[in-house]
Design a protein around this ligand. Structure first.
Ligand SMILES: [Cu+2]
Length: 293
């Protein structure tokens, strides 16, 4: 009986954890917009239609797997309690049951089909770039990102992680950069992604965007940010020594502010050198020092 009690305690803990995860998955109050928050559970708040879809698909799957896990747990406990050698000394000799065999084949197939339909719909939504309003090209380099806007002028700039001494109070550590990628709100932004040396990965969790930056291959993704603000991501493909120190920072602004930014960017003569001001190696050395500690 002691063993049974222990198992019951384990089951209770697992059940409590599952319910906790379920509640946390649906409650995004803990998550901040555009960046991770301490003790966050679940995704960052969504800022694009694709991320809305990812979030609801995730929540749906959580219900499915919780149901399956609970069902299997109940079966296991029933077997342990009712059919152990003491409770059931003369076991049944049945080896086949057609109804049960058909059920345990058909029901999982139905569950997989129910999962597959929204899954493929989401994949299609992510990978099928709609006609875009603007195009941004992001080039992953060891270890920073270079952006240019092929439809908006000839300017190009490097985006490097900020040193602690250059950071303002509202700029998060290890995520803020000297030159942010700027895009207009409620516009479809096509992002062309490429690597110039090794494979990097362009990732913005709040946008539901993640795509590899591969040398010699122009990858493409898209997003439509529906809320203004700052959104952060990080290179998500291990790319070498300073992989952890090449954040992605996107500022979503009104269309008017975006047009003003483009005008200013086109007039700025020192863009190319703005990133190459050698602040990056120092910032990285500093960050590496303090993360080792
Ligand atoms: Cu990288």
């Amino acid at each position: 009986m002691l063993i049974l009690k222990r198992w019951a305690a384990v089951a209770a803990v697992i059940g409590a954890l599952a319910i906790g995860a379920l509640v946390a998955g649906g409650d995004t109050a803990l998550a901040a917009l555009g960046q991770a928050a301490p003790w966050q559970l679940g995704f960052q708040d969504s800022a694009t239609p694709v991320m809305d879809e990812i979030t609801s698909f995730h929540d749906f799957l959580l219900y499915v797997i919780t149901g399956i896990s609970a069902f299997v747990l109940i079966l296991l406990i029933t077997v342990m309690v009712r059919f152990n050698a003491r409770a059931n000394p003369t076991p049944s000799r049945i080896t086949h049951n057609t109804t049960v065999e058909v059920a345990w084949t058909v029901i999982p197939v139905v569950i997989l089909a129910v999962i597959a339909v929204p899954s493929f719909r989401l994949l299609f939504h992510q990978l099928d770039t709609p006609p875009s309003d603007i195009t941004v090209k992001a080039t992953g380099k060891q270890w920073f990102w270079t952006y240019n806007y092929p439809d908006n002028g000839k300017f190009e700039f490097d985006s490097l992680m900020l040193q602690d001494k250059d950071r303002k109070a509202d700029q998060p550590r290890l995520l803020s950069v000297n030159n942010e990628m700027v895009v207009p709100v409620n516009k479809i932004v096509r992002v062309q992604v490429i690597g110039s040396d090794v494979i990097h990965s362009f990732t913005i969790p709040s946008f539901g965007v993640r795509i590899d930056a591969i040398p010699g291959r122009l990858n493409e993704t898209w997003f439509k940010a529906t809320r203004e603000g700052m959104y952060y991501g990080q290179c998500s493909e291990l790319c070498g020594r300073d992989h952890a120190f090449m954040p992605i920072a996107v500022r979503v602004v009104s269309e008017q502010a975006f047009n003003e930014w483009v005008d200013a960017a086109n007039k700025r003569p020192d863009w190319k050198t703005a990133g190459a001001d050698q602040s990056a190696p120092a910032a990285v050395a500093e960050a590496r020092q303090s993360s080792v500690r």
